[in-house]
Design a binder for this molecule. Structure first.
Ligand code: AP5
Ligand code: MG
Ligand code: ZN
Length: 222
């Protein structure tokens, strides 16, 4: 399967993708994580991306599309992918459709995680994540067992530079419009599945799982 998780910053894409990709046997690809890793490594691409990320803006398509298409053509992506944070523009979506078609693949479903915007600021400003293994925590709603340490690998947790309140506001402003535009794009293809992203993380996982199972059952019948 090739799945996309769509949703505003803090909707829970990363949290859910980590669980669902494992359940479905898919490769989890987050373009945000790829850019943050490139920035930590100090590559030219990383430095360029960092400028935009620190302002809460989108990294330009000419950087983002090439990076993502390269990633999905590697052997470990052949069994299926779960995209988190890509596409974010119509040109990105069109490039993705064309590249998958070339490999005789297609997007099976787009899961749109919808969360009322007033919940997102608190989710993001309280987020901590593991720079080593990528585990995601929240200081109030899903804290690690030992303060500041990753449960999975013991590394020191960090906060993202773009999770400061002013940058979060800029990110929400940037993302609101394109998220709706992409929802329309996939709705027209009959692939959009909106899921309520409020409530406990495992309730959201159950809703997403039900959608994925329905899509996969329909695919087997066809
Ligand atoms: P990216 O890293 O993708 O950031 P984002 O879209 O802003 O989304 P987040 O990662 O902040 O949120 P999430 O939905 O993953 O939520 P999470 O699960 O962590 O992109 C960063 C930047 O990179 C962009 O701004 C842009 O500059 C650039 N970029 C990336 N892709 C690009 C592209 N395609 N084109 C151009 N530019 C691109 O959860 C958030 C918090 O909430 C956590 O603390 C978590 O514990 C908590 N939480 C999760 N679920 C729940 C729940 N059900 N209840 C309570 N708390 C919850
Ligand atoms: Mg994320
Ligand atoms: Zn870790």
């Amino acid at each position: 399967m090739q799945l996309i998780l769509l949703g505003l910053p803090g909707a829970g894409k990363g949290t859910q993708a980590q669980l669902l990709a494992q359940r479905q046997g898919l490769l989890h690809i987050s373009t945000g994580d790829m850019f943050r890793q490139a920035a930590a490594e100090g590559t030219d691409l990383g430095k360029r991306a960092q400028e935009y990320m620190s302002r809460g803006e989108l990294v330009p398509d000419e950087v983002t599309i090439g990076m993502l298409l390269d990633r999905i053509q590697r052997p470990d992506a052949a069994a299926g992918i779960m995209l988190d944070g890509f596409p974010r523009t119509i040109p990105q979506a069109e490039a993705l459709d064309a590249a998958l078609a070339n490999q005789n693949r297609a997007i099976d479903a787009v899961l749109y995680i919808k969360v009322p915007e007033d919940l997102l600021m608190a989710r993001l400003t309280g987020r901590w994540s593991c720079p080593n293994c990528g585990a995601i925590y929240h200081e109030l709603t899903s804290p690690p067992a030992a303060k500041g340490k990753c449960d999975r690998c013991g590394a020191d947790l960090t906060q993202r530079a773009d999770d400061r309140p002013d940058t979060v506001r800029a990110r929400l402003d940037t993302n609101r419009t394109w998220t709706e535009a992409l929802a329309d794009y996939y709705e027209k293809q009959g692939k959009l599945h909106a899921v309520d992203g409020a409530g406990e993380p495992d309730q959201v996982t159950a809703r997403l799982t039900a959608e994925i199972d329905a899509v996969s059952a329909a695919g087997e019948k066809a």
